[in-house]
Ligand binder design. Structure first.
Ligand code: ATP
Ligand code: MG
Ligand code: MG
Length: 590
């Protein structure tokens, strides 16, 4: 039902297809990976989108929205989505990030785009084209080498209300700029001494058009091109060219790039005039970025959380990264559902974290088999049950999927039950175990509590009860017992101890690092001060014995407790480790 939902970008594509807009694209004559890609089975009239992260960090939940949008549009309209690394900044980028990003995109279910290496794109593969195009722009009088310092350039750029000032180098002869640009490439100059700028309009109302930088000098090693280059193109110079070379039809980005669109178009149009690019040119569309309560979605802040040790790593299950989500037990289907549900628009909005959690619950409710876990175990002894004996009870694996059948669980004289299921002095309305009260042990017998034993400190160590032999679930006698309470249990002799990590939100405030009240200057709190000190608690639980050799990453609903996943890395045979993904119901703030 969700697949049919629409948004403004779906409408843009539908209209473009109806007008035959993409069918007129030229698919030949362009060099590079795009030419290889087009040899594939894709209909040339199809749309192409791209997901273009900079490999300078791990992907976060915001990226998931962009991935689902870009890959989703391509999937829906039989087009292609290019996985492209925007890797033109050598000092911040690393292969480790490239690998992790690819893994996360595949994990979200878009691996079908990666049948071979040609479906992976790197802006750094276009360095030769970008350089050649820059020379053409210089020759045509559209770019010049500027010798002003970074500070001078900034000062002369003007302000929103004040036009900028032309650089004294702006009108130098093209031949002079060309010579300097070639020598920049040859490594003759130090970092920061010269830049290449586009010659547009220093008086433009749009500051992005005030002779933006195209190239700068960086004597730095690049994770893919090594030391081949000491000049690197900037984002605005690279992005539109990359889109054009790859025959992208819809270049979709977040709203803060709206004011870059005139520059995007200006550059592509000049390069098309000069014969560097074919038309029609790609078009940029903007949508509002994902903002989510209780998390931070900025690489800078995420890096700080890791570097300062507030979390264990990028893939800490509390991190709003896709690697963190995976360890937490969040599912790709849950993310797709979330992307569908929040939709795509051009107006800023703040999404409540519970929307994401509900999507995960919805998917896990279907996906996860049920198991029993006693998180805070206390021993229950059934005094009239024979010692050394055990018998089989049957528990359904999934109430919504009877085809998954039932599994056998063993009942015996000594059981683990939840500490909270027994009360010495029951509060009003308490229907579970207290002396003289009857409850049903789920899938087993009805018992009556006869008392308890305590240690010297007054802490209850053992609960005692008797059972009713004719009350077993599934037998004719079961219905004659009317009890209000229902407790889950595991036979002590058949249980397995497990480490369980109960995760809560990483931040205690809905807007970490938000505005301080009554501060006209708009001062903000330090987001670190908003960390939730109780975002993790690690406990020893008792789980069904069969979970002793659980496969890592298997998800379960532990009845009454919520959804849990066997930790991807820490689960070992005989030593299961479970992470709580999400509780059964939203309990936050109640
Ligand atoms: P950050 O601001 O966290 O550093 P970024 O935008 O710099 O993120 P990129 O690697 O450049 O990160 O992003 C890749 C793509 O993901 C871009 O197209 C960007 O628009 C998109 N994206 C990033 N953050 C969000 C978000 N919060 N919501 C939706 N899309 C996002
Ligand atoms: Mg970016
Ligand atoms: Mg950014």
């Amino acid at each position: 039902k969700n697949a049919a939902s629409s948004n403004f970008l779906v409408q843009v594509v539908e209209q473009g297809l109806a007008e035959g807009k993409y069918a007129s694209r030229h698919w030949s004559g362009k060099p590079g990976p795009a030419a290889q890609q087009q040899a594939g089975p894709l209909d040339p009239a199809a749309i192409r989108t791209r997901f273009p992260p900079e490999p300078n960090g791990y992907l976060h939940f915001g990226h998931a929205k962009s991935i689902c949008l870009n890959f989703g549009l391509a999937e829906r309209f039989g087009g292609a989505c290019h996985m492209r690394f925007d890797d033109t900044n050598p000092t911040k980028e690393e292969q480790e990030y490239v690998d992790s990003i690819i893994e996360s995109v595949k994990w979200l279910g878009y691996g079908w785009q990666f049948q071979n290496e040609n479906n992976l794109y790197f802006a750094s593969d276009y360095f030769d084209f970008l350089y050649a195009f820059a020379e053409k722009l210089i020759e045509a009088g559209h770019a010049y080498v500027d010798e002003q310092s970074a500070d001078e350039i900034r000062q002369n750029r003007g302000t929103l209300t004040q036009p900028g000032t032309n650089s004294p180098w702006r009108d130098r002869p093209a031949a002079e700029s060309l010579d300097l640009f070639r020598r920049m490439k040859a490594g003759e100059f130090a970092d920061g001494s010269l830049v290449l700028r586009l010659k547009i309009d220093m008086a433009s109302g749009n500051i992005n058009l005030r002779d933006p930088l195209a190239y700068r000098i960086r004597h730095a090693h690049h994770h893919r091109t090594g030391d081949a280059w000491c000049i690197y193109p900037l984002y605005d110079f690279t992005h539109g060219v990359s889109d054009s070379l790859e025959n992208i039809t819809h270049s979709i980005c977040t709203l803060e790039f709206e004011s870059h669109r005139p520059l995007y178009d200006w550059l592509n149009e000049r390069l098309a005039e000069l014969g560097c690019l074919n038309t029609p040119l790609p078009q940029q569309y903007e949508f509002s970025r994902l903002n989510l309560t209780y998390v931070v979605l900025s690489k800078r802040k995420l890096i700080q959380l890791v570097d300062e040790g507030h979390v264990q790593a990028w893939d800490d299950p509390r991190m709003p990264t896709l690697v963190g989500a995976r360890r937490r037990g969040y599912t790709p289907a849950g993310f797709r559902l979330f992307a569908e549900r929040i939709g795509v628009s051009r107006s800023d909005s703040l999404i409540d974290y519970t929307v994401l959690e509900d999507c995960m619950r919805e998917d896990l409710n279907i996906a996860a088999e049920r198991r029993i876990a006693v998180l805070d175990p206390i021993k229950l002894v059934i005094t009239n049950y024979p010692e050394g004996h055990s018998e089989t009870c049957h528990a359904p694996n999934h109430p919504l999927k009877p085809e998954l059948g039932k599994r056998e669980v063993q009942f015996s004289r000594e059981l683990w039950i939840e500490r909270e299921d027994f009360a010495e002095a029951p509060p009003k309305g308490f229907h579970r175990l207290y002396q003289g009260n009857k409850v049903r042990l789920r899938y087993g017998y009805v018992i009556e509590c006869t008392g308890c034993e305590k240690d010297a400190a007054g802490k209850v160590t053992t609960v005692y009860a008797t059972y009713f032999e004719d009350s077993k679930s599934g037998t004719p006698g079961a219905d004659t017992y009317k009890v209000k309470g229902n407790s889950h249990w595991i036979s002590v002799g058949h249980a397995c101890a497990a480490e369980v990590r109960l995760y809560d939100r990483l931040f205690k405030r809905a807007n970490p690092g938000g505005k301080l009240p009554d501060t006209p200057e708009g001062e903000t709190r330090d987001f670190i001060d908003d960390l939730n000190p109780d975002s993790i608690s690690t406990i020893r639980a008792q789980v069904e014995g069969s979970l002793g050799d659980v496969t890592a990453e298997t998800v379960f609903q532990f009845e009454r407790h919520g959804y849990f996943v066997a930790d991807r890395f820490d689960t070992k045979p005989g030593n299961p480790v479970f992470n709580r993904t999400v509780t059964l119901r939203d309990s936050w703030g109640k």
